[in-house]
Design a protein around this ligand. Sequence first.
Ligand code: PA5
Length: 464
Amino acid sequence: MEAIKFDFNNMMSDFIGEQGIEEKELVGASDVAKKAFDFFKANRGTAMMGWADLPYNQDEIVGDILTTAKSVQKDFDNFVVLGIGGSALGPIAVFNALCHLRYNDLPKEKRGVKFFVEDNVDPERMLALLDVIDVKRTMFNVITKSGATSETMSQYLIITDILKKALGKDYKNNIIATTSEKKGNLIKLAKQEGFKTFYIPDGVGGRFSELCPVGLLPAAVLGIDIKGMLSGAKFMDELCSSCDAFKNPALMAALLQFIAMGKGKNISVMMPYADSLKYIADWYCQLWGESLGKAKDLDGKTVNVGQTPVKALGVTDQHSQVQLYTEGPFDKVITIIGVEKFRGDVVIANGAEEFKDVNFLCGHTMSELINTERVATEYALTRSKHMNNTILLPEVNAFTLGQLLMFFQLETAYCGAMLNIDTFNQPGVEEGKNATYALFNRAGYEEKKAELNAAPKKNAKYII
Ligand code: PA5
């Protein structure tokens, strides 16, 4: 089995001295790890931890997804996801990881339907999309668990209006709804209009939803091996079945971050050394930031915890951010994601024999270069005593990607339990959503509107 590996040597004091974690600290925190593990084990599959069971309980739904995907591939030229946050970042990350890096630009015979994810309400972006697709030949997958998110519902309204004008009653064949079975407006609209619908299980929050129909349908439409992804996730879940952090990679990763936070490491940098994994860093940033950034703990105490997630790309950001990471404050943990075997390679050609400073590159491959630079960055970070760790994928495929997604989800759940917070809510996001409703005069938000009106007015002297 191609297992991903978690190498945390460079988090340890043996390698980075006083900035690191001593082994006895890790051993001493074994009760913290065990408590978090037991909490997760006791609650998995229930309340908002339904996502943990997704690798095990979706046989029927996967069948429906594959059948639907086949008919989309046959009847449409484009597949557009309308969603935001957890309803968009997973599909983007998986598309980028497992499809050709220039997928939409490939000639038709070398790709499937074109793929777009619209996760903003910038009017220029909507107009740009409409310039490059024929709506009649496009399947729109509206994804919103709450069925109430302003961004997604406005996109839905814009698109249905255009579709109705173009297709009349048949417009419903160009929309698939992915939403909660019981709550929200989208499910009501879907039933009323007769859209094909997939459900987001109750216990699966947006940022934990990539392995349910939110992510599986777009992936299947793209021809991605969704069963492989789910079996990778299952494999990782099984790998993480011990309460001993030394035998449970996600638990160890969570414990290290938890201890690091206690040492003032308030920033978590995610830095894949592979373009295919670039958007995994975006997905991670939401998962880590929204799950762990909380004002109160479970006992109601004000804690204001969380680590600020930052995305970076190796090697590109070696020429941008790594100066800060190696010489700046000791306030970060840098997680590098490496890939052992790339799916293709390019030899660096000869052509500069007389220039020794360039010629040393010739004959090597680009994969050798990117991986050597990764190792060199690990070395530089370690030498400057900055905490870093590496997740190594044997290669990027559906199985290893499924493992990686599950690894981060488990790490987040364990770390949230260690912090004694509600990992699965997002009161801060809801606050912004509610303020938008109030500003748009939505009924029921009058009190919020009054609160906003009572807020201090901007002072003109501070705007120059
Ligand atoms: O993780 C979350 O729950 C959020 O980021 C949501 O995914 C995001 O706010 C979109 O919500 P919805 O799917 O309800 O439109």
